[in-house]
Design a protein around this ligand. Structure first.
Ligand code: G3H
Ligand code: 13P
Ligand code: ZN
Length: 334
């Protein structure tokens, strides 16, 4: 058993308190490999931002839990070497069972999500409460994120056909009964690169899809019911058109891609939303750079020659997000 404190990690309590008071959101970036982790740490040190390193079950299967734990330890030392001891959380993204959460907590995670959002309400409450009881009873308190409402979208291990907005009338009861430290809600975001159907969007003359706005009225109602309580937004990639176009220019096929506009995320970050989850944008940025390098250099076969530029692209994108979207830049040492 390894505690996150031995790895130099923190849980999310303090950083959420500061994010709430400072009207910004903490970036929660998913990673599966070394280049993604390097990009996240470089960007967050450069912009002096706290960060949540997110690991899905898919990532655990891909990278191995012991390697992941040591990568997180390495990330703490790497940030130190780069010159800023930013707060780093290691968080399980979309934990699907009590056992998975326990396994992560015993392997150095400082925070877990138990995603019971697809279960009937009472079962979601019971499962989330059970995870909280275990996580909170640890000598080093591990924070727990629960979820109410369902996000649409399909990825490797997260899928739902239709979204159901969070019901504001349920949130107080859920938080009280479960003891969760933060709550993920559904207000119109969704997972993956196609967050809305083309029919739900309008189109600019040059073919860019403009999505409908998020349900800020529901967010406001939730804030009123849970004053000062940290809210989480999943499915918050913006799906930048420049990456979509670059991927398609160099042979990819990713039709109907559309994300959450940055101004909407900025607005959310100023509210009780303290954590914003971004994965798909990282996939798009890396894929665009790799496709470009390989198309322009057909003889290249050294992975460092295409993963290196992909890492740089990723780092720049994360730094821009911290500065201009989440507003977390400059808050690492608050
Ligand atoms: O919300 C889910 C994340 O984007 C993780 O996706 O299960 O494909 O690793 P994944
Ligand atoms: P995106 O697919 O919008 O990046 O969402 C990621 C996410 O919610 C991870 O939990
Ligand atoms: Zn998610």
């Amino acid at each position: 058993m390894v505690s996150y404190k031995e790895l130099g990690l923190v849980n999310s309590i303090d950083i959420f308190k500061k994010a709430m008071a400072g009207h910004y959101a903490i970036p929660a970036y998913n990673f599966n490999n070394m280049e993604q982790l390097q990009a996240i740490i470089q960007a967050c040190v450069e912009t002096k931002s706290p960060v949540i390193l997110q690991v899905s079950n898919g990532a655990r299967n891909y990278a191995n839990k012991y390697l992941l734990r040591n990568m997180a330890r390495g990330a703490v030392e790497y940030a130190h070497e780069l010159g800023c001891d930013i707060p780093i959380v290691l968080h399980l993204d979309h934990g699907s069972s009590y056992e998975m959460c326990v396994d992560c907590i015993e392997n150095g995670f400082s925070s877990v999500m138990i995603d019971g959002s697809a279960l009937p309400y009472d079962e979601n409450v019971a499962l989330t409460k059970k995870v909280c009881e275990y996580a909170h009873s640890r000598k080093d308190y591990v924070t727990v994120e629960g979820e109410l409402g369902v996000l649409a979208g399909v990825e490797d291990e997260v899928s739902a056909e239709a979204s159901h907005y969070t019901k504001p009338e349920e949130v107080q009861d859920f938080v009280k009964k479960t003891g969760v430290d933060s709550l993920a809600i559904s207000i119109g975001t969704s997972h993956g690169r196609c967050k809305f159907t083309p029919e739900q969007c309008t189109r600019t003359p040059d073919g860019v899809l403009i999505p409908p706005p998020l349900a800020f009225d529901i967010l406001e109602e939730i804030e009123k019911k849970l004053p000062g309580f940290p809210i989480v937004l999943h499915g918050s990639s913006s799906v930048p058109i420049k990456y979509v176009r670059e991927i398609e220019k160099f042979g990819g096929k990713i039709p109907d891609s559309v994300g959450i506009p940055e101004d909407q995320l900025r607005k959310a970050a100023k509210s009780a939303v303290c954590k914003i989850n971004i994965d798909s944008d990282g996939r798009l940025a890396m894929t665009a750079a790799i496709r470009r390098v390989l198309a322009e250099n057909p003889g290249e076969f050294d992975p460092r020659k295409y993963l290196g530029p992909a890492r740089d692209e990723l780092k720049n994108m994360y730094a821009e997000k911290n500065k201009n979207v989440l507003g977390s830049a400059g808050h690492a040492l608050d």
